[in-house]
Each structure stands twice: as C-alpha cells, then as structure tokens.
Design a protein around this ligand. Structure first.
Ligand code: SF4
Ligand code: SF4
Length: 449
C-alpha cells in the first residue's frame, strides 16, 4: 500500500482523532515526520478508555503505528504509555517487538497525554505556540484512533466507540456503543446513578463538558470523540466550578487575584517554553480590559488543561474558564494572537519539578473516592435508535447522503465530506431505517436478511 492509498482508506473510513480533538486523521497524517507516536498516556483521572484499547488491541495499535510510520516516511515509531499500566505493558512490549517500535513508559503525571507535552517528554522538542507536533517532525495518534486506523486499513469504517462510565454509578465499567447511542443508555448499562439528583461530565474531570441533569443527558449522543461519562452528585466541586457565570469570575478575578503567578508557573504550555503567562490574562480580565490589551490575546494559547484552576491557584479562581471566555470573545471579534511564537528554553528548566501527580490532583478535584473503582468490560450496546452526529469533528459538518425512509446497513456511509472542505465521513452504527435527517441522522434499528 502506498502513501496515497493509506490516506484514502483512512479518509473513506471516517477516522478522526479520538483523544478528544476530532481532527480528521487523513489530513493530520498527510505530512511528513521523522517520528510517529502512539499515545496511550491517558491522563484524565477516572478514565480508562485508552487502557481498555491497549488491553484488547495492543497488536492492532502497534500494526497501525508501523503503517503510519511507513506512510509518513518516519524513521522512528514510539508506543507511549504509563508505568502504572502494569497489566498491559507486557502486551505492548510484545507488539512493539513484532513491529520494531520503541516502547516509552511515562510517570503518572498530568497532563502526560497532551500531545505537545508527550512530544517534549519523548523527543525534547517543543511545539511553537499555536503550532502542531508536525512542525517539529512528529505525529501523535491516540491509541483509540490507531485501533480505528487498523480497522480502516482492513476496509472497516468507524461505527463504534468505547467509553468509561464511572463516578456515582452502580456498576462502573467500559461500554462499547454504536456512534449515535444515547448517553442515557450508556448510563443505564452501568446500572444508573447512585445519587438522586446527579450531574454529568462528558469526557474527563479536567477538560470534560458539564451536562446539567438526566433530562439533558437523554439529548446527548455518543460521537467519535467521546471517551467518558462521569456521574457526580449535584453541588460537587466540579459542578460548582463549571457553572460559575463569567461576570462572577470577573468580580472574583478583580477582588481576589493576588497576581502570585502560580497559574503561569505551573502551566504546562509555559513549561514547554511557550510565551504564555495566564496571570496576565487574569489581570486584564479583572480590569475589564481584555479586549483592548495585548495580554488578553494570550488566552488564545491556552490548551484548556485546567492545571491553573484545579491545582495551581491558591485563591481557587478559574483562569482556564476565563481563558475560554476571553478566547471566544476575541474570536467573535476576529482578534487573533499576534505575539511571539518562539520557544524560550529557560522557561522549561523547572518542568521536571512541576509535573502534577495524579493522586494529588484527584484529591483537589474531590474525586479520590472514585479513583479505585474497577471498570470491567460491560459489553457492546445494541440500542433501538441511534442519532449519528454529522458535525462532532473539526471542520465542516458531513453532508447527509441518505433520506428519510431509506434502509441502511451498519458501516454504510451516511454523511460525506463537503467538497473542498476539511471534514470527516460519517457511517451508520447499526442496520436500520433512517427516520430523520438534520444535524444528525437518526436511525431506527431493524435487521435485514
Ligand atoms: S494563581 Fe490565582 S491568584 Fe495567582 S495570579 Fe493566577 S489567578 Fe491570580
Ligand atoms: S488551562 Fe491553565 S494551565 Fe492549562 S494551558 Fe490553559 S492557562 Fe495553562
């Protein structure tokens, strides 16, 4: 298989980055790199999705990484995971031996799974501000994405997703569900909640998205980028943090930010040498001057990892959420970051001593009680209806290519990439009949001979 055939098979299968970003893989893998990296360093506390992939598919992941290495002309392939993942290390080592890959074992710190941090850890290279790993000769692929790449090379499109369902649930575990399955059904597979009036996080506790209640959860559907569903009691620290209004955050920034700069000093982006000082954003935000000041535009450099607000800030302020709000306001006015993108190596010197241990982070997040929960395999769901999203990836939403009443089979393409656009194809996750087409394709399950 030559490089063009490799890229075409991934495009046809609708593979996107499954670590959360959802960037179309056929575009990401179109460059040339000297190093390709399989990222199994899941760093969000409570999530075990990557571990589950490595337990079940270590060989598939290694094979896909070796193919990617060949396709992009890289000399080196590294399979990265954490030292603590004892149960899967032997499987990964064996797969690496078979495909001539290096295995890298990382400490259990946050955010080890951020691809820019991982590139720095493994190669010593820092990605410039607002850049991507390809600029320093690297391509990083999440292990879940590589499972999908391997299937794509065998002609199978992305139809299912694996999720960790945990927190205040009766039976925490790993659920495999067709794309488009209601999150409510994933919760039911884990036995429902233990708490009467729960809230939910889609994704991990550090970077995930809050869903306010069970009614709202019923309207959430599994997308290719989803990897976790966490139930929490209403009023939990993470619920409280996620629901603070912007104006309250502004008043608190004005009244309580002591400009100690701990948020900047512990910021993982600053610690790989990028010119990012989030305390400066907090200063201008508190003064209601972020739209006029150059400091405000620094918010564009934030990855949203949450170290500043969940760990660093002694005043329990929310630099991450402030950055998100400022970034959105700037984007609305088309104001971009025009400052330096250079790496300053002096900033990286304290990096080793400022890595955030996961156990301490969990304590700050008030989730220690969930950290030891076992997450066994809860099987594959067979929902009666799926609502397959057309736009939950980076780029233009897929253009539906099916009509109401049409019969579709599992794996059939139901959404195409619009012409001349960045995007990803979308496929049916089960056999059935199309019952509606809007920003998603709803399929009622039905079996055909
Ligand atoms: S750590 Fe908190 S108090 Fe200190 S500068 Fe940052 S936001 Fe302000
Ligand atoms: S969320 Fe905070 S710590 Fe993370 S990149 Fe943004 S400013 Fe830095």
């Amino acid at each position: 298989m030559n490089r063009d055939e490799f890229i075409e098979m991934i495009r046809a299968a609708g593979v996107v980055g499954e670590g959360g970003a959802g960037f179309p893989a056929h575009v990401k893998y179109a460059g040339t790199a000297d190093t390709v990296i399989a990222n199994g360093c899941e760093c969000e506390p409570l999530l075990h999705t990557d571990r589950s992939h490595m337990e079940r598919n270590a060989r598939d992941i290694a094979q896909a990484l070796a193919e990617l290495r060949r396709a992009v002309g890289a000399g080196k392939g590294i399979f990265a995971l954490k030292k603590k993942q004892i149960g899967v290390i032997d499987k990964v080592r064996e797969a690496c031996r078979e495909f001539d890959l290096e295995m890298a074992l990382l400490d259990d710190f946050y955010p080890a799974g951020d691809e820019q941090i991982l590139v720095r850890e493994l190669t010593g290279r820092s990605v410039p501000a607002l850049g991507i790993p390809l600029q320093v000769g690297c391509i990083v692929a999440n292990v879940g994405t590589l499972v999908s790449v391997n299937a794509a090379l065998g002609g199978k499109p992305v139809t299912h997703k694996t999720l960790t369902v945990t927190g205040d649930v009766r039976k925490p575990g790993m659920v495999r569900a067709p794309v488009g399955t209601s999150m409510d059904e994933c919760l039911a597979a884990a036995g429902g909640t233990l708490t009467k009036d729960p809230v939910f996080i889609l994704g991990g506790p550090m970077m995930g998205r809050l869903v306010e209640d069970e009614a709202a959860l019923k309207k959430e559907y599994v997308a290719k980028v989803d990897g976790g569903l966490i139930a929490l009691p209403r009023g939990h620290y993470l619920h409280h943090n996620a629901t603070q209004k912007v104006e309250k955050m502004r008043r608190r920034a004005a009244a309580a930010c002591i400009q100690c700069r701990f948020c900047s000093d512990l910021c993982p982006r600053m610690l790989i040498g990028q010119p990012f000082e989030t305390h400066r954003v907090m200063r201008v935000f508190g003064a209601d001057a972020e739209m006029e000041s150059e400091s405000g535009t620094l918010a564009h450099l934030c990855s949203g990892c949450g170290v500043c607000e969940h760990y660093a800030c002694p005043m329990r302020l929310s630099p991450r959420r402030v950055n998100q709000a400022v970034k959105k306001a700037l984007a609305d006015k088309k104001i971009s970051y025009e400052g330096s993108r250079e790496i300053n190596e002096r900033r990286t010197q304290p990096r080793e001593y400022r890595k955030i241990p996961l156990a301490r982070l969990a304590a700050r997040l008030d989730i220690t009680r969930y950290m030891r929960l076992e997450t066994p395999d809860l099987g594959t769901l067979t929902p009666s209806v799926t609502r397959v999203p057309l736009g939950r990836h980076i780029g233009a939403p897929a253009k539906p290519v099916v009509n109401v009443g049409q019969k579709v089979r599992c794996g059939e393409c139901i959404g195409e990439i619009p012409k001349k656009s960045l995007g990803a194809r979308v496929h049916a996750g089960m056999d059935g009949v199309v019952v509606s087409v809007d920003d998603a394709v709803t399929i009622r399950g039905e079996k055909y001979a």
